[in-house]
Ligand binder design. Structure first.
Ligand SMILES: Cc1ncc(C[n+]2csc(CCOP(=O)(O)OP(=O)(O)O)c2C)c(N)n1
Ligand SMILES: [Mg+2]
Length: 321
């Protein structure tokens, strides 16, 4: 596919994620979303780019900031909004919410509220893919905060030893909750990867085509049997750690969050310069907005979960003796 057509497809995916999360900011402020939500606004190019490089057999494990990853992978808006809004028809029956969205039919092994916890889950899936000879690979999305977690170091070791088909995607947004990366991790990810002999590539994570190309390169190498790859995507956390975070720890002297360039604005400018019709872009945006409104209305109309499904999957029925 020519670059313009590829960027247009990435732009649509980024629009979907941006609009879904923008709707969530309003729903959360209005008390329609239980629990905490962490938004990836400004980081959509990574989700869109990596998802574009994956095939149907591939799996992924994500983080507490995983809405973009699951939507880019193809989770339906209806199942998504019902889950995040805690409704019975959600993809996990409304039991998980934002930080526990999973859909194994799409290879989505789950979001995770524990920093770094998705990393060994993805490794396990990668090893399973290789044992079963599916030709698939596993992706682990993680934040820069997970670079300091031992489980990443252990996973790098085992993945390298076993040549696991594992793509480790770091979304380096400069923050781990309320601490800048430099206060949190004494090394660099390229050094950590190199210690285990794993190839590392750093990319501008706000450039959708660059992220997609880097992901495609890594995926091709992994499918070719090269073992794990690390892709570090440099980006910026535009909003607070969680919705409602007053961000008192952020200095006014911090560079403008938009300095790296909003990924949607950048893609849009490139598309317009390439001659793509502005009206067509607007239409695509409106069509996504309408689909989101339908999904939100369906979630509002859906029932709250009951206790019975909460027990399903927790206890195994034991036959009466
Ligand atoms: C093991 C563990 N330690 C601490 C926390 C609290 N915590 C939640 S998110 C977060 C920061 C994560 O930063 P990063 O991995 O960079 O992801 P980001 O929020 O920037 O997307 C922390 C420390 C946790 N959930 N799990
Ligand atoms: Mg971070």
């Amino acid at each position: 596919m020519a670059d313009t057509a590829r960027l247009l497809a990435l732009y649509r995916t980024m629009q979907l994620v941006r609009q879904a999360e923008s709707a969530l900011t309003r729903l959360f402020a209005d008390g329609e979303v239980p629990g905490f939500i962490h938004l990836s606004i400004g980081q959509e190019a990574i989700a869109a780019g990596v998802a574009s490089a994956l095939g149907p057999a591939d799996t992924l494990a994500t983080t507490h900031r995983g809405h973009g990853h699951v939507l880019a992978r193809g989770l339906g808006l209806d199942a998504f909004f019902k889950e995040v809004m805690g409704r019975a028809g959600g993809i996990c029956g409304g039991r998980g919410g934002s930080m526990h969205v999973a859909d194994t039919s799409l290879g989505i092994l789950g979001a995770n509220g524990i920093v770094g916890a998705g990393i060994p889950i993805a490794l396990g899936s990668a090893i399973a893919q290789s044992v079963r000879g599916t030709g698939g690979l596993a992706v682990s999305f993680f934040g820069d905060g997970a670079m300091a977690e031992g489980v990443l170091h252990e996973t790098l070791n085992m993945a390298a030893l076993w040549k696991a088909p594992l793509l480790l995607v770091c979304e380096n947004n400069g923050w781990s909750e309320f601490s800048p990366t430099a206060r949190q991790f004494a090394a660099r990810l390229e050094g950590l990867a190199a210690a285990f002999g794993i190839a590392h590539e750093k990319v501008d994570g706000n450039d959708a085509l660059a992220a997609a190309d880097a992901a495609a390169r890594a995926v091709a190498a992994i499918r070719g049997g090269a073992g794990p790859r690390v892709l570090e995507c440099m980006t910026h956390r535009v909003r607070g750690h969680f919705e409602g975070d007053p961000q008192k720890y952020r200095s006014p002297a911090e560079p403008d969050p938009g300095a790296k360039g909003d990924p949607l604005e950048r893609a849009r400018a490139t598309l317009l310069a390439a001659g793509v019709d502005e009206a067509a872009l607007e239409d695509a945006g409106r069509e996504i907005a309408a689909r989101i409104e339908v999904a939100i209305a369906a979630a509002r109309a859906d029932a709250a979960p009951t206790f019975a499904p909460a027990l399903a999957g927790v206890y195994t029925a034991v036959e009466a003796r």
